[in-house]
Design a protein around this ligand. Structure first.
Ligand code: ADP
Length: 420
């Protein structure tokens, strides 16, 4: 197996897929692993994204997991390391963006790295060091009220300063607009001033592409998924159909949805309105002790041959609140996730080989229930959501992990047409 070129560490699961998707579109063959693998990969790829769940855990634990991922990626031959975090720079007062960046720099023995969550395609731009979400500064975007990672300052230089002992600087839009040589000159200047991490302005894909070429040879790059669009070219790769190639799709089709986000509610409605079979999963019935997964699978068995079926616990905010009031937020979530995981495993047992999973936590639970540890990334269905291919004990499987608010209303039917 040839060594990999780019090794990536992502601080959450669907963010890892988002990054992998951008790399594939820029010409890399990519695998995503769930956690740090125990051994080498079973397919040849150009980049690997190790998906961690380290965004909000204690900094020491996030560092330990990230260093384990780094060691594995280095063992696979990675020539450059990419630390991926959220495009809204989600972090707590302690980190983990700063502490993990610093630990990776130490381990890689490098004195300089960059940080930018810019992803203009998704409305995330950085200007004069300030992060905008659409037209609005980060700290007015709603992110200031996030339950786990409230972002109350849009000035990323300041945010990063609070999280790292290293000196933080800025590569501003003027340097980025002038191109690779100017960016490199600015890096040299900042380095001479003792700066260890530079926030980088980027308001367009062209900015990210110019930045990308200036990052050739940098040991560690950190960012959202946007920076990824400019990196494959540094390794001589350009967009190709081959990068997203997966084995041919076979078998039966199903959708399992535990996301209650607005977009998913619309997608469930669209599927039902199109006259296709759909079964609601009721958290209160699960709590009553009924074997909801077995019932669901018995319902599905005679229907699957006719086309895709949908299982959904997806509900509107009022219904979710009622359930949470009765069962507790965490218990309700855990019960639903466990049941949807059992259903996913049962579906594969029934011959489903094309599976759409909706919801970040939900897809994590289902992938875990299926015993999947690595996935090859394939063609994009909608921005940020590609098809993937994985081995399971019951057979090979095409699957896609759709985070809550991604995807058009017809996603649950459109997805299958992308595979054919
Ligand atoms: P998203 O990506 O939209 O945030 P997630 O799967 O990450 O979706 O989160 C949805 C959470 O809500 C999961 O923990 C899931 O188990 C839980 N959940 C799903 N349906 C219901 C429901 N009807 N009532 C209460 N909780 C639910």
């Amino acid at each position: 197996m040839k060594p990999i070129l780019l090794g990536c560490i992502a601080d959450d699961f669907t963010g890892a897929t988002d990054l992998a998707n951008n790399l594939v579109r820029a010409g890399m063959r990519v695998a995503q692993t769930i956690g740090v693998p125990a051994g080498p990969l079973d397919t040849e790829v150009d980049a690997v994204v190790v998906a961690l769940k380290s965004r909000t855990i204690a900094p020491a634990e996030a560092i330990a997991q990230s260093l384990a991922a780094l060691a594995w990626l280095q063992a696979q031959g990675a020539r450059q390391i990419y630390f991926k975090y959220c495009s809204t720079f989600d972090s707590t007062a302690q980190g983990n963006i700063g502490p993990v960046t610093e630990a990776l720099m130490d381990a890689l023995k490098t004195d300089f790295s960059i940080a930018t969550p810019a992803f203009p395609d998704n409305g995330r731009t950085v200007f004069k060091g300030h992060l905008f979400v659409g037209e609005i500064l980060l700290n007015e975007s709603g992110m200031q009220n996030h339950p786990l990672t409230p972002m109350t300052d849009a000035n990323l230089v300041r945010v990063m300063r609070a999280q790292t002992r290293r000196k933080v600087g800025l590569i501003d839009h003027k340097a980025v607009a002038r191109g690779e040589a100017a960016i490199r000159a600015r890096i040299d200047e900042l380095r001479a001033q003792g700066v260890g991490v530079a926030i980088v302005d980027a308001v367009s894909n062209d900015d990210l592409l110019r930045l990308g070429s200036a990052l050739k040879g940098m040991a560690l790059v950190t960012g959202g998924s946007g920076v990824a669009i400019g990196l494959p070219a540094n390794f001589g790769l350009s967009p190709s159909l081959q990068a997203s190639q997966l084995p041919s799709a076979t078998g039966l089709q199903a959708v399992v949805s535990g996301s209650c986000s607005l977009a998913t509610n619309r997608q469930v409605k669209h599927f039902i309105d199109s006259g296709r079979p759909a079964l609601a999963i009721d958290p209160l019935r699960i709590a009553s002790g009924a074997d909801v997964a077995a019932e669901a699978l018995a319902w599905a068995a005679p229907r699957l041959a006719a086309g895709p079926v949908l299982f959904y616990s997806t509900a509107d905010p009022a219904a979710v609140k009622t359930v949470q009031g009765q069962l507790g937020v965490e218990d309700a979530g855990a019960m639903v996730e466990r049941t949807l995981g059992e259903i996913s495993r049962g579906l594969v047992g029934l011959g489903v080989r094309q599976l759409v999973l909706a919801g970040g936590e939900t897809s994590g639970a289902c992938v875990q229930a299926l015993g999947i540890t690595q996935m090859k990334i394939g063609p994009q269905i909608d921005p940020g959501v590609p098809w993937c291919h994985a081995h399971t004990a019951s057979g090979d499987l095409h699957l896609t992990l759709k985070s809550g608010n991604f995807g058009t209303d017809d996603f649950f039917t459109k997805a299958f047409t992308v595979l054919t």
